[in-house]
Design a protein around this ligand. Structure first.
Ligand SMILES: NC(=O)c1ccc[n+]([C@@H]2O[C@H](COP(=O)([O-])OP(=O)(O)OC[C@H]3O[C@@H](n4cnc5c(N)ncnc54)[C@H](O)[C@@H]3O)[C@@H](O)[C@H]2O)c1
Length: 412
C-alpha cells in the first residue's frame, strides 16, 4: 500500500477556506493523501466550510470528516481537537490553523500522539516554546513545517538565489508593508487579535521578517514596535496599526508597517511589498517587490459578492487561484498551494525513510540545513522577534535586544 497519510486540520476559519482545504483536496485528488478531517471548536464553522461555494465548485464530490459532528450539542468545544488527534493512527499529519496563541497546545498534542505537523505562521509566540517543539519532534523523528508561504513565491526564490550569489552585495536599509483590508476588523479576528494576545506586527509583520532572513541569511538583533490601539467593532481593543524597526546582524535596518486598515474600496485584497537597498564595494543595488499588484487590472460589469471585493480589481495570479484545466472541477495553483504541497511532501519523505529513527533524524537535519522550509530549528529567530516585538509594543515602542548567543531578549 502506498503511504497516503490522513490529514487533520485543526481550525476551520479564513486560512482553512482560502488556502489549506483546497490545497488538501487537490493533493487528495492526485492520490497523494488519504482522508481529510477538519476540527473546529464550533459545528457552525465546519458546516460553513463544507458548504463554501468556491470549494464545492472546484472539488465536486470531495468531502472532509467534520468535528464537531452533526447533532453535536451547540456551543464551543475548545478541547475537542485533543480527542480527534488521539483517535488518529500514528504518523499521519496534523495541520494547525487556529489563532496564534493556541498553536503551541495543538502542536504539542499532535507531536505527543506521533503526528507530523504543518503549522500556519507564526509557529508560536515564545522562543522557549519553539525550542520545546523542536526537541519533541526531533526525538520522535517527526516533521514540523511552518507555513511561511511567501517563501514559495518564485520572486522570493529568485531574490534569494541572486542575493546569495552576491549580485546585490549586502542589505543595508529597507521598508516593507502589509496592510490587510479594513473589513478584517469585522471578522473573527476581533475575538482573538486583541491587544493582550497579538498585534498587527505579530500577525502580519512576521512574513517580511521571515522573508528578509530567507533572502539574505541575516539574523535579527533588535526590535522596536510602535503600535496604535484601535477598537474592533465588538469594542475589544487591538494594536491595529504597527510600525516596527528591526535591526539585523550586519547593522542593517528593516522598517515594517502593518495594519488592518487598507481601504475596502481599494483594489486588491491588501497592499504589500518591500524595497531593500543594498550596497556592494562601490555600487548601490536594490530589490523591489510589489507583492499586491502583479500587473493585472480587471473592471467588472457588476460588483462581486463578498467582503472587500471591488468592481475594479487588481487580482494576484500568484498566491492562490483556481484554474479550469478541463475539469472535473478547478485546479488550485500558486505559492499558497505549493507551500502546503512542499511541507506535506517533507512529512511524507521523512515518514517513508526506511532506515529507522536515526535515519529520519538525519533527514530532519538536512531539511533544517537546506533552509527552504521553515522549521523550529532554522526559523526560531521569528519567535525571538515576536517576543521582543510584543514586549516593545506593550512598552510604547522601546527597543528590545535579541541575544542570539544566549538566546533571549532584553529591554534596553
Ligand atoms: N498569510 C498567512 O500565512 C496567514 C493568513 C491568515 C491566517 N494565518 C494564521 O492562521 C491562523 C488562523 O487564522 P484565520 O485567519 O483562519 O483565523 P479565523 O479566526 O478565521 O479562524 C480561526 C479558526 O480557529 C478555530 N478555533 C479556535 N479555537 C479552536 C479550538 N480550541 N479548537 C479547534 N478550533 C479552534 C475557529 O473555529 C476558527 O475556525 C492564525 O494563526 C493566523 O495567524 C496565516
Amino acid at each position: 500500500m502506498p503511504y497516503q497519510p490522513q490529514v487533520t486540520v485543526i481550525g476551520g476559519g479564513m486560512i482553512a477556506h482560502d488556502q489549506i482545504l483546497p490545497s488538501l483536496y487537490q493533493l487528495q485528488r492526485l492520490g497523494r493523501i488519504g482522508e481529510i478531517t477538519v476540527c473546529a471548536s464550533r459545528r457552525s464553522t465546519v458546516e460553513s466550510l463544507a458548504s463554501a461555494a468556491a470549494i464545492l465548485r472546484a472539488f465536486p464530490g470531495q468531502k472532509f470528516r467534520a468535528f464537531p459532528e452533526s447533532g453535536a450539542p451547540g456551543g464551543a468545544q475548545p478541547e475537542l481537537y485533543r480527542s480527534v488527534i488521539e483517535h488518529m493512527p500514528p504518523r499521519q499529519i496534523v495541520i494547525v490553523a487556529v489563532p496564534d496563541q493556541l498553536h503551541y497546545d495543538v502542536i504539542m498534542a499532535a507531536l505527543r500522539h506521533e503526528q507530523h505537523v504543518c503549522s500556519v505562521k507564526p509557529l508560536v509566540l515564545q522562543h522557549q516554546q519553539a525550542v520545546e517543539i523542536e526537541r519533541e519532534a526531533f526525538t520522535r523523528g517527526l516533521v514540523v513545517g511552518i507555513e511561511y508561504h511567501k517563501r514559495f513565491d518564485d520572486r522570493s526564490f529568485m531574490a534569494r538565489r541572486k542575493y546569495r550569489e552576491g549580485w546585490f552585495g549586502e542589505f543595508r536599509l529597507g521598508t516593507a508593508r502589509l496592510f490587510e483590508k479594513w473589513y478584517y476588523r469585522h471578522s473573527n479576528f476581533q475575538n482573538w487579535m486583541t491587544a493582550e494576545h497579538s498585534d498587527a506586527f505579530t500577525y502580519i509583520g512576521c512574513h517580511y521578517v521571515d522573508l528578509l532572513h530567507f533572502i539574505t541569511g541575516l539574523l535579527p538583533t533588535s526590535v522596536s514596535v510602535y503600535g496604535i490601539r484601535d477598537k474592533f467593532p465588538n469594542g475589544k481593543e487591538g494594536f491595529l496599526w504597527a510600525d516596527a524597526r528591526v535591526i539585523w546582524s550586519n547593522g542593517a535596518c528593516l522598517n515594517v508597517q502593518n495594519g488592518l486598515g487598507f481601504p475596502d474600496a481599494a483594489p486588491g485584497t491588501n497592499t504589500q511589498g518591500m524595497m531593500l537597498y543594498c550596497s556592494g564595494a562601490d555600487a548601490g543595488s536594490l530589490i523591489e517587490h510589489h507583492d499586491q499588484y502583479r500587473g493585472m487590472k480587471y473592471s467588472y460589469v457588476r460588483q462581486p459578492e463578498g467582503a472587500g471585493t471591488t468592481i475594479y480589481a487588481e487580482p494576484s495570479p500568484d498566491y492562490f487561484q483556481y484554474l479550469d484545466l478541463g475539469g472535473p472541477g478547478l485546479v488550485p495553483v500558486g505559492y499558497g498551494y505549493r507551500s502546503i504541497e512542499y511541507i506535506l511532501s517533507a512529512c511524507m519523505r521523512v515518514e517513508l525513510e526506511s532506515g529507522g529513527l536515526i535515519a529520519r533524524q538525519k533527514l530532519l537535519h538536512e531539511i533544517d540545513a537546506a533552509g527552504i522550509m521553515a522549521t523550529p530549528a532554522n526559523s526560531s529567530y521569528n519567535e525571538l522577534v515576536i517576543e521582543a516585538g510584543r514586549q516593545s509594543i506593550l512598552n510604547g515602542g522601546r527597543e528590545v535586544h535579541i541575544e542570539l548567543d544566549g538566546v533571549g531578549i532584553e529591554m534596553k
